[in-house]
Design a protein around this ligand. Structure first.
Ligand code: ZN
Length: 291
């Protein structure tokens, strides 16, 4: 299959009442799945969460970030964390739910659980916004739609499509999605019309996942309504971890623990869950924390 560069597009209809986001994320999700050694269902679940996180970041200001914490009580996924920023960067990881009950009959693959969304500013200012909803249907796109209705009072339509394989060298065959949201002042009829149209169009998400360029699908989404393309953002998955951040985390430990490590000439190790990088603090680093 041809590989396309991962990207996110944003568009707005002519009277500014409907916004649309399209994501082509095959290479991005593939990269993250390979990084964590995930194939099949695990790769698919993490991919859905990564795309969801990116969708949530699209209406945030530069310098803000969004964190998803999804905790399930059924099925193979235990917990997923995602960290996304509006410049198109996302990282995430999965904690397998070994030994959990199987997904309840009639529910989608996620089963029951909780979806928490935390929107915060890099520069500590106001309290972060936290919205929490239960996973009701077990289908991530539907539960995300419910989140927007319930927690942010924004009528939305979400589509996700991810095709996976058991091949560790290419776990993701295709990944993409779209989001449509009604903004204040949106006409009910226009909304209904759009929803209807999406049903008729078939699986837009599948097209988003497999099409080289999601902006080519905008005329189908907006139909005869005029629209303008606002942004095209390349997607990346760069981890922001560093030895400085690790040092900062250690500096929160009680000083007597640090003293003990220095005395015992320890060089504590810690792994970044997001990217797997192993950090080891030297005696010098520990002494620096103390000073
Ligand atoms: Zn990292």
């Amino acid at each position: 299959m041809t590989s396309y560069s991962s990207q996110c597009i944003k568009a707005l209809n002519s009277d500014g009442t409907i916004r649309a986001v399209g994501l082509q994320a095959t290479e991005l999700v593939n990269e993250v799945a390979i990084r964590h050694g995930l194939v099949g269902e695990y790769a698919k679940r993490l991919g859905e969460a990564l795309i969801g996180g990116l969708m949530l970041s699209t209406y945030m200001k530069k310098g803000n970030r969004v964190n998803l914490n999804i905790k399930t009580t059924q099925g193979p996924v235990g917990q997923i964390f995602v960290d996304a920023t509006p410049d198109g960067n996302v990282r995430g990881y999965i904690v397998k739910g070994d030994g959990q009950e199987p997904v309840k009959e009639g529910l989608g693959p996620w089963g029951e659980g909780i979806l928490s969304v935390l929107r915060s500013k890099d520069v500590e200012q106001k309290e972060p916004f936290i919205g929490t909803v239960p996973l009701i249907t077990g289908h991530f796109a539907k539960d995300l739609t419910f989140y927007w209705h319930q927690s942010e009072q924004v009528p939305s339509a979400v589509g996700l499509h991810i095709e996976v394989s058991e091949n560790p060298e290419r776990p993701i065959k295709s990944a993409g999605g779209f989001l449509m949201q009604a903004l204040p002042g949106a006409n009910e009829d226009v909304l209904k019309d759009l929803e209807q149209h999406i049903d008729n169009f078939g699986d837009i998400a599948l097209e988003m996942a497999e099409n080289s360029n999601p902006k080519e699908l905008l005329p189908y989404i907006f139909k005869d309504t005029g629209y303008s393309l606002l942004e095209e953002t390349p997607l990346t998955s760069i981890c922001s971890c560093s030895i400085e951040k690790v040092s900062r985390a250690f500096s929160l430990l009680p000083m007597k623990d640090i003293d003990e490590m220095i005395q015992n000439k320890e060089s504590p190790e810690t792994k970044c869950e997001f990217c797997g990088t192993l950090y080891q603090l030297s005696l010098e680093d520990l002494k620096k924390i103390k000073s």
